[in-house]
Design a protein around this ligand. Structure first.
Ligand SMILES: NC(=O)C1=CN([C@@H]2O[C@H](COP(=O)(O)OP(=O)(O)OC[C@H]3O[C@@H](n4cnc5c(N)ncnc54)[C@H](OP(=O)(O)O)[C@@H]3O)[C@@H](O)[C@H]2O)C=CC1
Ligand SMILES: CC(=O)N[C@@H](CCC(=O)OP(=O)(O)O)C(=O)O
Length: 346
């Protein structure tokens, strides 16, 4: 008999939530029974296919509004008792506020928001603009960078799925940092461009495709800078850019290598990190967004100037998939003892 895990998606009408639903419906071991939106959602009780017509032949599931504030706590506790897995594709504040209730039962929670990714509460407040009330829970959360943190992910009831830029950046940098090939006197420099879906589905003039012209933003102040630094264990300079295309992130990462680091040492570091990992692909040429969009893969490429001691790594992902929904599913697969690629590439 096939094992089926009962699960729900909260925030299912949004870009990452809808992608979660799409991949969960195709998954052999997850049974997605409920989709939720906020109490006052303009999409309440609509079929998912009404707002995302690509689902028309795939599901008749509707978007159930969460109950009002007076009934919400008992409802969330009940979800924690009855679900095996709860996927949150919700704003940071909602994930933060609900977490004690959702974790009160047996369910494992996979949170796509940034609410539980940073361990320093002061840094969190600066980055997110509100203070964290659940430090103890934060300390139990596993950072869901599946390719580097499988042990903690398997142990924890709460997985804080990484941000999209941190995923692209950390997958590029971790092999070198892990092998101590980076010169600690120079911060890695990450320039990354995202499509507008990174900003979510809510209409906003600044992220409307006709208004967007390739531009840097959040310079020296983006909340993903402390996230990358914490999980790389070294400071970085991170500059995000917004491009006028729908999906995908291309990160170009420049690093200073320690003296006498050879191309062979760098090649070996990436080989050691990813040769048995079917989700992270080391490419013979620099990756193109078109080759990763709508896929759960990360593509990486690197080149080294041995004489000068610099390296440039390029990293491409779909922000909604490896940068959010399918990475959450990889974590869920691993948490429940399935192969990480189940329903994704196996
Ligand atoms: N877009 C991306 O590339 C990535 C996003 N993330 C993170 O994932 C989360 C979701 O992002 P994204 O899908 O882009 O966002 P969207 O704005 O596209 O979707 C947000 C979803 O949450 C629902 N929602 C909003 N407020 C509440 C609430 N109080 N209670 C319940 N549901 C609510 C929305 O529906 P309604 O308002 O109608 O209720 C909608 O379904 C965010 O935390 C984001 O930071 C992480 C990685 C990448
Ligand atoms: C293009 C764009 O706006 N991207 C978003 C990042 C999306 C993401 O990964 O978000 P979280 O860390 O919030 O989960 C931003 O820069 O805020």
């Amino acid at each position: 008999m096939t094992i089926k895990m009962r699960c729900c998606v909260i925030g299912a009408s949004g870009y990452t939530g809808a992608e979660l639903v799409r991949w969960l419906l195709l998954h052999p071991h997850f049974d997605v029974t409920d989709l939720f939106v906020s109490h006052g959602s303009q999409d309440a009780n609509k079929a998912l296919a009404d707002i995302h017509p690509s689902f028309i032949a795939q599901t008749a599931l509707a978007l159930t509004p969460l109950p009002d504030a007076s009934e919400l706590p008992s409802f969330l506790s009940q979800l924690g008792d009855t679900m095996d897995a709860i996927f949150l594709a919700t704003p940071h504040e909602a994930s933060h506020d609900w977490m004690p209730l959702l974790l009160s039962g047996r369910a494992k929670v996979f949170d796509l928001s940034g609410a539980f990714r940073l361990s320093n509460m002061h840094t969190f407040e600066q980055a997110y603009g509100f203070s964290h009330a659940h430090q103890q829970i934060q300390q139990t959360a596993a950072y869901g960078l599946i390719d580097w943190n499988q042990h903690a992910i398997a142990q924890s009831q709460l997985v804080a799925v990484p941000g999209c830029y941190p995923t692209a950046s950390l997958l590029a940098l971790k092999p070198l940092q892990n092998q101590q090939l980076l010169d600690a006197a120079f911060r890695p420099i990450i320039n990354a461009t995202s499509g507008v879906s990174g900003a979510g589905r809510k209409a906003n003039i600044n992220t409307s495709v006709c208004e967007v012209s390739l531009q840097a933003y959040g310079i020296l102040s983006h909340r993903h800078q402390p996230e990358i630094s914490e999980h790389l264990h070294t400071d970085v300079i991170f500059t995000p850019h917004l491009g006028n295309f729908k999906r995908g992130i291309l990160a170009t990462v420049t690093v200073k290598l320690n003296n006498n680091v050879t191309s062979e040492a760098v090649n070996q570091a990436f080989k050691d990190a990813y040769q048995h990992n079917r989700g992270v692909l080391c490419m013979p040429h620099s990756p193109r967004l078109d080759d990763v969009v709508n896929t759960p893969f990360c593509q990486l490429h690197w080149q080294i100037d041995e004489e000068a001691g610099y390296g440039v790594i390029t990293s491409a992902i779909d922000n909604l998939l490896k940068g959010a929904a399918t990475q959450a599913l990889q974590c869920a697969n691993h948490s429940f003892g399935f192969d990480v690629g189940t329903g994704l590439w196996t």
